[in-house]
Design a protein around this ligand. Structure first.
Ligand code: CMX
Length: 141
């Protein structure tokens, strides 16, 4: 049974890449269907490309737009690869409060605007067993 929207629903798996269009081509060859849209998210210092993989979930390719981007730091340390999981939540502020009360550590004190004008925050990988997790609220939801 699908979870209610109050629960976490997989929204995307994000992959850090060195070359956005080369990676779009590779995943397109694998059979993914990318939107033509490319978004620069200034706040996160990234350029993104999205492909639907089912009704809810996407693959997000992330290219750093600056040397001090979290994505560039990740690639410098690990090389390209899976960077984070993102779960869609109904209310990011109340989800963050709930998770803080359960001991999770967040990167930002308050959520920020992310790709697609979503309101987002990230759970530190040190409090999730090594997986960076984004929670995201769609605009006007
Ligand atoms: N997944 C798992 N572990 C990660 C990680 C990732 N994506 N990125 C870093 N880490 C690890 C580091 O390797 C380090 O591990 P060790 O201490 O064992 O070496 C640890 O987390 C903490 O590292 P840090 O030095 O405290 O912090 P970093 O400078 O490496 O930054 C993080 C890590 C998560 C705080 C930073 O990447 C961040 O603020 N992320 C949130 C924002 C973001 O990722 N933006 C890009 C995506 C934007 C989008 O999707 O639109």
């Amino acid at each position: 049974m699908l979870p209610e929207l109050d629960d976490c629903i997989l929204d995307h798996v994000a992959i850090a890449v060195n070359d956005l269009e080369e990676s779009v081509k590779m995943y397109t060859d694998l059979g993914l269907n990318f939107s033509e849209e490319r978004e620069v998210v200034e706040e996160q210092k990234v350029k993104t490309a999205f492909a639907h993989i089912d009704t809810n979930a996407h693959i997000e390719l992330l290219k750093a737009t600056s040397e001090d981007s979290a994505i560039q730091k990740f690639i410098d340390k690990n090389g390209p690869g899976i960077h984070h999981l993102c779960f869609k939540v109904k209310d990011v502020v109340s989800k963050q409060e709930d998770l803080l009360s359960k001991g999770f550590r967040f990167i930002y004190t308050d959520p920020k605007i992310g790709a697609g004008n979503c309101l987002v925050n990230f759970i530190h990988p040190k409090s999730t067993g090594g997986v960076l997790i984004e929670i995201s609220q769609k605009p006007n939801s």
